[in-house]
Design a protein around this ligand. Sequence first.
Ligand SMILES: CC(C)(COP(=O)(O)OP(=O)(O)OC[C@H]1O[C@@H](n2cnc3c(N)ncnc32)[C@H](O)[C@@H]1OP(=O)(O)O)[C@@H](O)C(=O)NCCC(=O)NCCS
Length: 429
Amino acid sequence: MGHDHLDLPIDAAAREQLAADGLRMELVDISDKPAFAAWARAESRGFHSEQTAAAIEQRRSYFNDRRITGVYDDSLPVPDEPVATTMVWPADLTVPGGRAVQSWAISDVTVAATHRRRGVARALLEAELRTAQAHGAPIATLTVSESTIYGRFGFGPAALARDLTIDTRRARWTGPKPAGRVHFVTADQLLEPGLALVESVRLATPGQIAYDGILWDRQLGLMVDDEDAKKRRVVRYDDETGQMQGFASYKLTENPDDFTLHRLDLLHLVTATDDAYAALWRFVLEMDLVSEVRAHLRPVDEPVRWMVSDFRGVKVAELDHLWVRILDLPAALEARTYAAPGRLVLGVTDPFGAADGTWAVEVDASGTAAVTSTDEPADVSLTVEELAAIYLGGVSPLVLAAAGRLSGDAATLDAVFRSPVAPFLSIWF
Ligand SMILES: CC(C)(COP(=O)(O)OP(=O)(O)OC[C@H]1O[C@@H](n2cnc3c(N)ncnc32)[C@H](O)[C@@H]1OP(=O)(O)O)[C@@H](O)C(=O)NCCC(=O)NCCS
């Protein structure tokens, strides 16, 4: 993928709006080390964390394809440190049908506590949406710190995720016991084959984005300031022919009162086959001296509850995870495939304007859609936020209709838009 998104001009409307408030919006040149370091310090402060100079320099080495924005207040005693930050890049997003569509991945949205609630984030977000349109990305994507922020910008929660808490003394393994082997590897040993495995399964699950560079290395604990890195263990599963078909990383925390009550946090589990899935979950659940396994950011259709002796030994907490914003409605809807043929007229409300209108969606027998603007009456009326929520098949339109969030023929919409694989994104970005 080229880097032409880096050459797009800064959004003029946002720049003027912020200038009227005494603020200066600029793109940060990644080759300017002090400017990037000041931006990174501001971004860390925004999330109430901090980074060492070495960690900032390591991050900089990954960001050649990132479009980085800072907003500066030149009246401050420390004017080179921005009061607001964003970072974006074009990232392939998997959609139903085993295909990818280009998304404008938005990250590192912060506004300094000194400059909050005066419209700075809104100016930056709307700038990113317009710049994504200029780039031709039909969709923008985010993972969020709070689920209250982005609905107003037309984003909807398109892929949910679950955290599992498993009592390993109740949840005994009853699933398959595959014949391959699980063995320990170092993070460095997983660097290339692990990413190749991630890539090989990416198109199987709607909601996944392409990740490499910092997003992948972070999973392996390779960041210099990762306090937990030395605790991280990595195992891989090889099938009977010796082919790697999955890996897991986890860390253990001792219970100071009882050595048999360690907690195991499953940090990342990626598998290409059912055997790899079973073998790695069994390995984790049968770990000696562990009484509780916490698995973070897992799919909502996780089979593991059906592979243990006690269903209630697995507690589930669900959260919104991937948020999607549809910018070019025909391109976004034509990018995915559909579960059933049919014709639906969607009346979509979008105050930002991008997807606003009445759209005929005609799905042929192969599940391919043709989308055109129309004057016909709508079969279904919804906002762009709900359209985002159903786009990957993550929520049934029947549920949204029952919640009063869309009206019309929800049953047909459900039959057409549902996905055989629940959407899921395995990382934060
Ligand atoms: C979230 C954050 C970026 C908002 O910045 P901000 O400049 O104060 O936001 P704005 O003043 O532009 O507000 C824009 C709109 O969002 C709303 N909003 C802002 N932050 C919100 C929050 N945390 N929860 C709910 N609504 C919020 C505002 O009320 C405003 O609504 P309106 O325009 O519909 O009236 C800022 O508070 C922040 O940096 N938080 C900590 C880091 C973080 O969580 N970033 C988000 C990462 S995904």
